[in-house]
Design a protein around this ligand. Sequence first.
Ligand SMILES: [Zn+2]
Length: 173
Amino acid sequence: MDGHDQREHRADDGLNCPDCRLELQDYLDGTLEKKRSLSVFLHLRECAACRVEHDDLRAVFAALEALPSLEAPADFDDKILASVPYAAYQAMASLRRDRVPVFLEEQFLPVWLRARAVRLGGLVVTAAVAFAFAAGAGRGWLLAPGVAGVLPELLCRMQSAGRRLVALRRAEG
Ligand SMILES: [Zn+2]
């Protein structure tokens, strides 16, 4: 390694290549402290390798600067919202919606009770019992399943009516 190579890798001011490259972005931004900036300047004058790095970085910055600034399109918000996965959107429901008393939260009722099959099935049972009584075939033991059948649907509806009531009261202030 001759004297020239030595200078290539360690310029007079003592700034070495790794340090110089670390400073390059700040140097180009003009945010580097004056003395440090001068060190980089002197190193770049002596070191071809760092100069290449510097020129590349400057070209990238210039290209970025040259990009036209774009206005966000009018439907930008809608597009962002549309790209949010539906599950995540649902998970945020409690944040969007005004809080309601906990017994009015859908989660307050067990999942099986809220299941469409259970609600519809229950209604079918109740309807069958009502039909049996109407046809004169009603028996006392049929009353319990007849009443129980309507409960899931009834509870869900009462809950949803309760939520609407709370929302209405809030809207009225
Ligand atoms: Zn260098």
